[in-house]
Design a binder for this molecule. Structure first.
Ligand SMILES: [Zn+2]
Length: 329
């Protein structure tokens, strides 16, 4: 393993942190065609992560409202699927030229106000096309967006492509509503909570079905649990430009907002930012899988192969936990 060539010292440092709740990252896909259902979704307690289909009648106005209410806004990018199902406007297909592909994706993103990330609508064909996923991630990186892999095929390349491009990425853990019976919805929700409790976070994807909305209105109105909390993707996965350029030190700091830049290649390193939960590490050629194994925090590391950057994000929003990493070549 590549990482074995590195001398790795890793501390898990806990500065008086209280037991924190696991993150349930609830994503609702397919929003934009139905105004009434979209408005009902906006009655759910924030933060929910809402994914809007581009160029649909109500996407822009619902996205604006969602952002104002503290929800995270995603583009639900329509991607080609193996069964040939219609994608609607803004669809991305493997037969497009790169120029056409890039222009379509950029127009899709431009159509969604306050967008901070994207995930795939369908995409069982396109997400296993590593070259096209690279095109997607180049734009995501350029526009400072995160990517959520809906994982509509087990052969997906999306995560790999995102890691290579330095785009923050998570994958779907559970689909909430493939079966819309009350029992099935409860079972899937509980499954996501169990995964979150075990790993610190879980991505649960649902859809704007009346049954799903009714279930969530009821379930999320119950007294707050101490073991899990709804979490916003734009809070957990946002990576600032400043963070990307402040990468030289081999040691992470507790609180990046007071960090001064140093080392190589970080001319813009003195800006402040408030990524309290972002530890920045110089990973050289460290293997992300190895690091994740060591830290016990799957999905929390993204790397940019071209800049040898690793960004490790903790699963809680307050900075009471810190993972400190020291890597030496
Ligand atoms: Zn969809």
């Amino acid at each position: 393993m590549t990482a074995r060539r590195l001398c790795l010292t890793l501390w898990l440092c806990c500065w008086g942190f209280p037991a924190s709740a696991a993150d349930l990252l609830l994503v609702i896909d397919d929003i934009g065609n139905n105004r009434a259902l979209g408005e009902q979704l906006l009655t759910l307690p924030a933060p929910v992560n809402m994914a809007f289909l581009p160029h649909t009648p109500y996407a822009a106005r619902l996205a604006t409202k969602a952002a104002a209410q503290g929800h995270t806004v995603l583009l639900h990018a329509p991607m080609a699927n193996k069964s040939g199902a219609k994608l609607g406007p803004g669809g991305l297909y493997p037969e497009m030229s790169k120029d056409e592909f890039d222009a379509t994706l950029n127009a899709d993103l431009d159509a969604i106000p306050a967008v901070s990330g994207l995930n795939n609508h369908m995409g069982s064909l396109l997400t296993q096309d590593c070259e096209r996923m690279g095109w997607v991630m180049a734009i995501a990186r350029q526009r400072q967006l995160f990517f959520i892999d809906s994982r509509t095929t087990t052969a997906t390349c999306a995560r790999q492509a995102a890691l290579q491009a330095g785009v923050p990425v998570l994958g779907r853990d559970v689909f909430l509503d493939n079966d819309r019976s009350a029992e099935a919805l409860a079972r899937q929700f509980d499954k996501a909570v169990a995964i979150a409790s075990k790993y610190g976070k879980a991505v649960l994807i649902g859809h704007p079905y009346p049954e799903t909305i009714t279930f969530l209105q009821q379930r999320l109105s119950q007294p707050a649990s101490s073991s899990w909390q709804l979490a916003a993707l734009n809070d957990r996965l946002a990576v600032t430009t400043a963070a990307k350029h402040r990468l030289a030190s081999l040691t992470t700091t507790r609180n990046m907002s007071h960090r001064k830049g140093d080392g190589e290649g970080n001319g813009a390193s003195n800006e402040d930012h408030s990524d309290n939960d972002t530890a920045v590490v110089h990973t050289a050629d460290a293997d992300p899988q190895f690091l994740k194994h060591q830290t016990g925090r799957p999905e929390s590391l993204s790397t940019a192969a071209d800049q040898s950057i690793g960004i490790l994000r903790l699963p809680t929003s307050n900075s009471s936990r810190l993972l400190r990493i020291h890597l030496q070549p």
